[in-house]
Design a protein around this ligand. Structure first.
Ligand code: OGA
Ligand code: MN
Length: 275
């Protein structure tokens, strides 16, 4: 009996991202879901091109890979757009133009996100990802020791400074109402693998003088976003891309809020607490 492979994995860069070539039936059936999850964890980003799928099929595929986050979007589909008529939180979404991972303020950061390109912008709108496992692995031993026990306070307020550098007192007070959360810089996962936790919500390192804290966070972000850890996805309509939100950071390159860019997003619930 010959077993035909229904799924082919093509690495697009040495340290991050693979294209998966398969057919829609295979994705919908879930028979390769363990395989896809393993590739996702190893490669940080996987994507499938050229499948013409519906929202329902996107959600079905997501369900083969994990548990959906309850109350996210309409029937499991959340619209990513900078147009306020499409998404009322468009202003908040502008924060996604800066390196981040999703759910940094949640007890269980999302496991993974599925993003499907519906309408693209003519200019900009590519999404970049960096592999924070690979970036950690390559750190000099001295840095690994330096950051081993350090913790960072994450806040929504901090990430808003990127979007609106001169917030009014009222705006700032509003953001300060959102609870902050302390996270380690190094996430030791159940698997034993370690990744870096940084991003736009990372406000300050507990116990360090302000300048040292800012310098360390910038230095580690620069390190983690070096070209060898980064993959830039140039979207084609219909692309379905999945990122491992626990082992990558991402950002979207600037695009016009009137460009019509629209992505449909489905989120998988985190399976590992972060504390
Ligand atoms: C997100 C996000 C990037 C993009 O959905 O969390 O950051 O390319 N999106 O729209
Ligand atoms: Mn995001």
């Amino acid at each position: 009996m010959s077993l035909t492979t229904r799924l082919e994995v093509i690495d697009v860069a040495p340290r991050i991202a693979s294209e998966i070539r398969t057919d829609l039936d295979t994705l919908l059936s879930g028979r390769e879901s363990q395989h896809i999850r393993a590739v996702l964890e190893q490669r940080g980003v996987v994507f499938v091109r050229g499948l013409d799928i519906t929202d329902e099929q996107q959600v079905t595929i997501a369900r083969t890979l994990g548990k959906l986050v309850a109350n996210e979007g309409d029937g499991g589909i959340y619209k990513i757009s900078l147009d306020k008529n499409v998404n009322q939180k468009a202003d908040y979404l502008k924060g996604s133009m800066f390196w981040h991972f999703d759910g940094s303020l949640q007890p269980y950061p999302n496991l993974a996100t599925l993003l499907r390109a519906i309408t693209l912008s003519e200019v900009g709108g590519e999404t970049e990802f960096c592999n924070t496992y690979a970036a950690y692995d390559d750190l000099p031993q001295s840095d690994k020791e330096l950051i081993a026990d350090l913790r960072v306070v994450h806040s929504a307020e901090r990430s808003q400074y990127y979007v609106r550098p001169e917030m009014s007192y009222e705006e700032l007070s509003l953001w300060q109402k959102s609870p902050t959360k302390a996270c380690p810089i190094v996430w030791t996962h159940r698997s034993g693998r370690k990744s870096l936790l940084l991003g736009a919500t990372a406000d300050y390192v507990i116990g360090l003088p302000v300048e040292d804290s800012r310098a360390l966070l910038a230095r580690l972000r620069d390190w983690a976003t070096q070209p060898q850890y980064v993959y830039r996805h140039r979207w084609q309509p219909g692309d379905l891309l999945i990122w491992d939100n626990t082992g990558t950071m991402h950002r979207v390159l600037p695009y016009d809020e009137n460009s019509g860019r629209l992505m449909h997003r489905t989120i998988l619930a985190g399976e590992e607490p972060l504390h």
